[in-house]
Ligand binder design. Structure first.
Ligand code: PRT
Ligand code: ZN
Length: 299
């Protein structure tokens, strides 16, 4: 297969999204070998190559048609989209699918002693951030005039250094804010990782692989929490037991040979099945319960 027809997906080289993105591609069936400091990994069993880059460069690589797809946080996508818009450039990347990893939120956080009483408290203040466009938009929407101090990192120490009055930064557990005596007061963007692609048409073979990859990603995400459950149930209690199965739409009901009053239920539960659920099922009359992990799912 010629080089042009291989799909290229850009992911973060080294950071919070790296292992999660590589794990996702592996679960989608991709085999590749990864050497140290390698910038490109060639898929061995699919016409798909992985480009390992800084996360901030991913939308640009898709924009420039160097990569067909990218896995990157919504925070980076939104910041780039706004900066392109500001420069009068049409963004050539669009979000295809959100992923269930990389969750965080972009927040306004103030020093513990700061008396925050809504967005107007930001008036005239200096706010340190690595997201000047998203923050700028937020301030504009709230009719606040404030100075945006754009930093490339270590935003949380800016107030202590006297470089800013407060910050706008990503938060996941909140531990970094607490350690720096800062309090979260507003969430301005909820983020998680997402797959992006160019809106421009690609070759049929690439389009076909994009479609297949997305179906597999969807399958991988669905099975993460899913369990396959098998149990025996008294016919008379069928409705009550069906209600107790977490996140299962249409279980398969099969007669149990030699027991006219009982049935076998097979169900895929879209949520984890906890001991408490099994105990409730048992109380309702279920027996011989088996809970199995789901390996793959394709709808
Ligand atoms: O080198 P490169 O530019 O590729 O990496 P990076 O340093 O810019 O990014 P990285 O690896 O820190 O994060 C990559 C992506 O992970 C981000 O763009 C987000 O989409 C997502 N993500 C999820 C996070 C966090 N959670 C997160 N907590 N990104 C950063 N943080 C930082 C935050 O900036 C703060 O410094 O973690 C600290 C706060 O964490 P808590 O848990 O103490 O609240
Ligand atoms: Zn980055």
């Amino acid at each position: 297969m010629d080089k042009q027809s291989r799909l290229k997906i850009a992911i973060q080289k080294s950071g919070r999204l790296t292992d999660l993105s590589l794990d996702l591609l592996t679960r989608c069936g991709l085999k590749f070998s990864r050497g140290k400091d390698q910038l490109i990994c060639h898929g061995e069993n699919m016409p798909l190559d992985i480009l390992l880059v800084r996360d901030d460069d991913i939308p640009d690589l898709v924009q420039q048609d160097v990569a067909d797809l990218g896995i990157v946080g919504l925070n980076v996508i939104e910041e780039k989209r706004l900066s392109f818009e500001k420069a009068g450039i049409q963004p050539l990347f669009e979000q295809l699918m959100t992923l269930d990893h990389g969750r965080c939120r972009l927040c306004i956080a103030v020093p513990d002693e700061f008396k925050y009483q809504g967005a107007q408290s930001l008036q005239g203040k200096r706010i340190a951030t690595t997201y000047p466009n998203i923050l700028g938009n937020y301030l504009k929407q709230n009719k606040v005039n404030a100075e945006i101090v754009t930093l490339s990192g270590a935003v949380e120490i800016a107030p202590r250094l006297g470089r800013a009055d407060l910050i706008c930064d990503l938060v996941s557990t909140g531990a970094t804010l607490t350690a720096n005596h800062l309090t979260e007061v507003e969430t301005i963007l909820e983020s998680q990782a997402a797959i992006i692609r160019t809106p421009l048409p690609v070759s049929d073979s690439k389009q076909d692989w994009i479609h297949r990859l997305l179906m597999r990603v969807d399958g991988v995400q669905q099975v993460r929490e899913s369990k396959y459950i098998l149990l025996h149930a008294p016919r008379a209690k069928l409705e009550q037991i069906k209600q107790l199965l977490p996140g299962s739409e249409s279980p398969t009901i099969i007669p149990l040979e030699g027991h006219p009053d009982k049935v076998v239920i097979h169900a895929v539960c879209r949520e984890n099945v906890f001991w408490e659920t099994l105990e409730s099922l048992k109380k309702a009359g279920a027996s011989s319960m088996l809970v199995l992990p789901v390996e793959k799912m394709l709808n």
